[in-house]
Design a protein around this ligand. Structure first.
Ligand code: AKG
Length: 335
């Protein structure tokens, strides 16, 4: 098979409209159990074989695991990306002829892991530019706000601000000081139109890369929270690396200002590029030298931030118990 299968169901015009208006849509029961099982197997395999970068990014909080480019190590994730229904949904949402895969990212929070995901926009730290970009968030366990379900600020993808990228461990290397400070949404929840959903495995969140999102740590006493994010790009996306952006340590042929291309960002629709797919046979991992350079950027960026006369206001309030926030508005709006 050299193409992505057609999904069991396409997105309805109303779902696409909601995505464009709200910047996020949750589709219940979209993922066939076989694809879900494949993804779960791949994520569990990747958790047991974390990359050096993933281990570094997850080091600060016990019970928290984050890693990227799982598909380079786990065949199951790679097959779900290449052959699963996901690229077709991305095509619909982005209104794009071509769909390329950008990268995947797993987020695991064990019961009780005090690992909130700070409010952020994704595009602020990505080395790409364009409008046709979308992310899918796939939970592998039941999630509620208490067990670290994602929350979104409705319509924030249309705001003019570009906020500083704040990652769970406040990685200095991606904090662009020229961007706006993120407001402390949790201290003033009534000022924002927050959306969140209780989700079951098989449900999927689709969201715009500028929609503000975040989540509490996992306050559930017994339930683990595993999730995989898949990121997709379309026709108008160009490669735009610069300092304070996420480094990509895998081989590709993209040139600055040109379209994404090459094996790191494989084309999935309208069809695979045979040479890119061929590269699947040669597993890659970032070299020690690449990782050392990234580490060095982070250390020097952190030192520069510490030397600033006026401290950055990046810390967010995540101590209020999740239940104290206004109950999910979507329950009312979507019934
Ligand atoms: O799962 C999480 O806590 C974070 C997810 C996220 O920020 C993303 O997928 O962009």
């Amino acid at each position: 098979m050299s193409f992505a299968i057609t999904p069991n169901r396409h997105l309805t015009p109303d779902e696409v409209h909601r995505y464009r208006e709200d910047g996020v849509v949750m589709i219940k029961g979209a993922i066939d159990p076989n694809w879900l099982k494949l993804i779960e197997t791949g994520v569990d395999k990747a958790r047991a074989n974390m990359s050096a970068q993933g281990r570094f990014m997850s080091r600060k909080t016990s019970g928290y695991q984050m890693d990227t480019f799982l598909w380079k190590r786990a065949d199951e994730i790679r097959d779900a990306i290449y052959y699963g229904p996901f690229a077709h949904w991305a095509k619909q949402l982005m209104g794009s002829e071509q769909v390329r895969f950008f990268y995947d990212q797993m987020f695991v929070k064990e019961p009780g892991a005090d690992a909130p995901t700070p409010w952020h926009q994704d595009l602020s730290f990505w080395p790409i530019r364009g409008e046709q970009i979308t992310s899918f968030w796939i939970p592998l366990d039941r999630v509620t706000r208490e067990s670290s379900g994602l929350m979104y600020v409705r319509g924030s993808h249309k705001w003019p601000q570009r906020f500083k990228a704040v990652s769970p461990d406040y990685v200095a290397a991606i904090i662009d000081e020229t961007m706006d400070d993120i407001p402390d949404i949790n201290s003033n929840p009534d000022q924002y139109d927050l959306l969140d959903w209780e989700m079951e495995p098989g449900d999927i969140l689709m969201f715009h890369p500028l929609t503000l999102h975040g989540s509490y740590g996992n306050h559930h006493r017994t339930r683990r929270r595993r999730a995989l994010a898949l990121r997709w790009t379309g026709d108008d996306v160009v490669w735009a690396p610069k300092s304070k952006r996420m480094p990509v340590h895998y081989r590709h042929d993209s040139v600055v200002g040109g379209s994404l291309s090459g094996a790191a960002f494989p084309r999935i629709l309208p069809e695979h590029v045979p040479a890119e797919r061929e590269m699947r046979r040669f597993p890659e991992s970032p070299s020690k030298a690449q990782l050392m350079v990234s580490l060095w950027h982070n250390v020097t960026a952190a030192a520069r931030l510490k030397l600033r006369a006026e401290p950055l206001r990046l810390q967010q309030t995540w101590t209020t118990p999740p239940a104290a926030l206004r109950s999910p508005s979507n329950d009312v709006r979507r019934s």
